[in-house]
Ligand binder design. Sequence first.
Ligand SMILES: *Cc1c(COP(=O)(O)O)cnc(C)c1O
Length: 823
Amino acid sequence: MFSFKEIAQVTGGMLVQCPGAYPVQHLLTDSRKIANAVSSVFFAIRGEFHDGHQYLPELYEAGVRQFVVEDASGLMDLSTYPEANFLLVSNSVQALQRLAAYHRRKFHIPVIGITGSNGKTIVKEWLAQLLSVSERVVKSPRSYNSQIGVPLSVWQINESHTVGVFEAGISQPEEMAHLASVLQPTLGVFTNLGPAHDEGFASTAQKLEEKLKLFEHVQQLVYCADQATVREAVQQAGLPGFGWSTQGHPSAQVQLNVLEMHQGKTKVRFRYAGQGQDLVLPFSDEASLENALHCLAALLYLGVKPEELPARFERLAPVAMRLERKEAINGCYVIDDTYNNDLAGLRIALDVLGQQARRGRKTLIVSDLLEAGVEEKALYQQVAQEVTARGVDRVIGIGDIITRHQDLFPAGSEFYLGTDSFLGQLRSETFRQETILVKGARIFQFEKIVAALQQQVHGTVLEVNLDALVHNLNYYRSKVPGPTKIMVMVKAFAYGAGSYEIGNLLQFHRVDYLAVAYTDEGVALREHGITLPIMVMNPSPDSFLKMQQYSLEPEIYSPDLLHRFLDYFPEKSPQTPAIHLKLDTGMHRLGFDDAELEEALAVLDQVPHVRVQSVFSHLAGADEALYNDFTREQIARFRQMSAKVEQGLGYSVTKHILNSAGIVRFGEEAAFDMVRLGIGLYGVESSGSEQSSLQTVGQLKTTVSQVKSIKAGDTVGYSRRGIATTHKQTATIAIGYADGYDRRFGNGVGEVLINGQRAPIIGNVCMDMCMVDVTGLDVRAGDEVLVFGEELPLTELAARIGTIPYELLTNVSTRVKRVFFNA
Ligand SMILES: *Cc1c(COP(=O)(O)O)cnc(C)c1O
């Protein structure tokens, strides 16, 4: 076992204080994910948007006693951490990597390092599945492949493991050399070279050269010899290539023929070292085939006998990376994680459960774990410990192994031998107001449990990609100077995306403020456990007391509203909410003009118990370059007026004027102290110039209810507006104007995407359904229909009916179920 002093030696850091000998078991890089405080070492990392050093007091308070820091001056007074060990290093990420590299060197096992543009995670998961038949495998959890993720993955290796499978991903030059020194792979797999993450590199050639640095010391490198650029680069770099080819390329060691590929199966024949074998893969798409063939070559190299391969590949199961969150019965909320149920995967899912700010109980439904190399009892001891450390209130264990170890779990936990016996006794009142993490190995078929817990709703869903949302948040953060605060507009149900879940995510990612339109929206956020400061833009005077009760801060935009506010909070009334002054600089919607501002300042001068938290204004034309001059005038006027406010008040206040489009155009010059991010967070770049930097957040999907054949001359739908001029096939889809699908899309104006094919709306849009023309397309009842999303952008659809993306987003009715996921 490591000691803190050993970390000092390995990393070359300086021990500045070391009063205690604590166990070193867990490496912690995120202050929000403490599971075992006393045995954790916290690495304070400076990121682009956060500085880990900021959270030392919070961590100390939570019981963490071991810290690796870059800057002792930030700590000032070490006596406020009397029991803590401190190690001072020049770079915390590097220290983490050195520690992991040192740990890695202790184990003389084969380690497979995987990189490439696509398929890394799937190849890693599949290799682990395929090898686990005969080996005890340690692997990266999910897609932990970054400068921080790789060391954390490698840290998991212990004496019991016989092979390691890890992925490595980079976004900039120089990064791979660090990852190579941590992983020290003995076998490499290069999946492929695509356009992903091109931004950080000068050229594709440079990117390829960088990626290949992972393999400088491998014994063999598995790659596809049919990819000419990769093949040539491997040869040029003098790497020991172990190629496979489906096209008979002579340099490949493994020669393959794809014999058949249809209806979910692919039959391939391979020849290697004079032996041949047929095998059947349980899928029929090109991407899966490529991933599987990498695995096949790796297994052959590792010496698995050809005749053993068919049985292993037959059971290859798809990798579910998505961790979905859904509303469920009786005010419950389900987190559905079908990713492999091993200890590392469970830990990550428990972190997600812990991040739910929602009030109420936290429940875990968990199956037997698939974990190699840990003695059964020790494994469930660890599970029980993790569960307790994260404050899970209720555990339901399913499977005979976990049931065998039920004594290790807190009293009140329930155990069932199988999924069906759990479902057999399940009644809907069993769960109420709880967040339920459902985490089961595939064979347990926990999707049945999720289906039973889910709310019964029709098949239309708005899928919200939370990773894309965080990407967009960080994109806007990068457009403004470092210290600028971010207020996020979560009005109108967070632009339709779902205010509670989005609010919780934003709180986790440490934005500074939220803003809503009405008091009720703020109250709902508070009731779901959101503690960020919240501004309310249209506070009606009769809600002022409620605002005080829920710590909401009103926007005050007129002398009249200011007086009404003071009626509720007369002189020296305690806990008067802070207020935000809105200035009218040209939008002419709400806000004080010059004269009214004079009046307001005179009033405020008399009521020192009212604190002005911020002063702000709104841009009228930031989304169009045509109005740049006008926008600059607004900014200048704001500068003047806000200076007057600060002068009048005698103290400084937070100043802000930029919305999403404003951030893109004027983020550098006019960010002031804070910016107000709205539509951009949800993936629409409204100035139009940088759309490609954002990721799609929301995808509205529905299903085909029925397919019909229509004779020439017949009509479709109400008022007989859809006329079949020729023989047609139509599909009825389960979305209508009551779901927010605009009637203006009727009669050929709108299109949807079914199986990747565009289909126009035929006839009028009905309340709950509409019909689309699928003549000549391959469409069946039950097929998924994309209404808007990645391949059918909101901007295009909005333009078709003469509106803006904001309207389409906020129109999605609340009866449409929101499903949140991380990619
Ligand atoms: C809605 C709103 C925003 C955000 O606007 P986007 O165009 O969505 O970025 C900013 N400020 C105010 C006052 C708003 O009402």
